[in-house]
Design a protein around this ligand. Structure first.
Ligand code: ZN
Length: 260
């Protein structure tokens, strides 16, 4: 059966001398692996569509085992992402996170939209660090985490001062601060920002620019949730941390942190 699917290449690995195995996250079918015969040859018509981040319509011949990629029609090659070390690193991190969080072949159209919008935003020169943070917050429900951010997670109050609690995975109001000795106090603008990261669709964030320290703060919270509650740490995170620590070793296309 020949199937046309709308998808994004999550990863591609070498197989033998000339072939590749391409893992495609599709809107219709979820995650699928397909054999791309001859895709390692630069002259192959499958070579450009089997590159990570490529957004395309794929024609896949489904057999009993793994499908075979027949051809593709590129919607967006996302080439600009691959041309820069920073955008490549952040986009790879997003791909690895999506790949880790989906392990079956059931469709996840909402997640597909998040991924597609994130790659689009990065290829349009939005701050890749901020975009990856948006993705991390929005993927929490996919990881089985439902943070309570619209009210106090203990008493339900919507007014007062707030803090973030890792034990509650959500906000606590000042009346309930005593139930978690390790909470992180938040300013009203930090409360608003965390809600924005979690709830506002990426294509509606517009030209939101964030200071390096603001991103650092948001990152500390979300990474703690992923490492302690979800229990995953990604390979590509090591490289991002290294870039953060020694930025002088890497030359970005432009400074991704724009001051407010
Ligand atoms: Zn409360």
């Amino acid at each position: 059966m020949l199937q046309k699917i709308e998808g994004i290449v999550l990863r591609a690995s070498s197989y033998g001398e000339t072939d590749k195995i391409v893992t495609i996250f599709s809107r219709e079918l979820g995650k699928r692996a397909a054999m791309a015969r001859g895709a390692k040859k630069p002259t192959s018509r499958l070579s450009s569509i089997s590159q990570p981040f490529t957004y395309a319509y794929f024609l896949v011949q489904q057999g009993r085992g793994m499908g075979t990629l027949q051809q593709g029609e590129i919607i967006d090659s996302m080439r600009s992402i691959r041309e820069d070390i920073f955008t490549t690193a952040y986009a790879s991190f997003i791909m690895e996170l999506v790949d880790k969080l989906i392990d079956d072949e059931s469709p996840k159209p909402h997640l597909f939209t998040i991924l597609q919008q994130a790659l689009q935003a990065i290829s349009e020169d939005y701050d890749p660090e901020a975009i990856s943070l948006f993705v991390e917050w929005k993927l929490l429900p996919t990881a089985g985490i439902y943070p309570v951010l619209h009210q106090c997670s203990n008493c339900g109050a919507t007014d007062g001062e707030f803090a973030f609690s890792f034990s509650q995975i959500g906000f606590l109001c000042h009346r309930c601060f005593s139930i978690d000795p390790y909470l992180i106090r938040l300013t009203p603008s930090q409360v608003k920002l965390i809600r924005t990261f979690y709830t506002v669709p990426i294509d509606q964030v517009g030209k939101l620019t964030l200071k390096k320290e603001t991103k650092g703060f948001i990152k500390k919270i979300i990474r703690t949730i992923y490492s302690e509650q979800v229990g995953i740490r990604l390979k590509s995170q090591g490289f991002l941390d290294q870039m953060d620590k020694t930025p002088e070793f890497y030359t970005p296309k432009k400074d991704p942190s724009i001051e407010e």
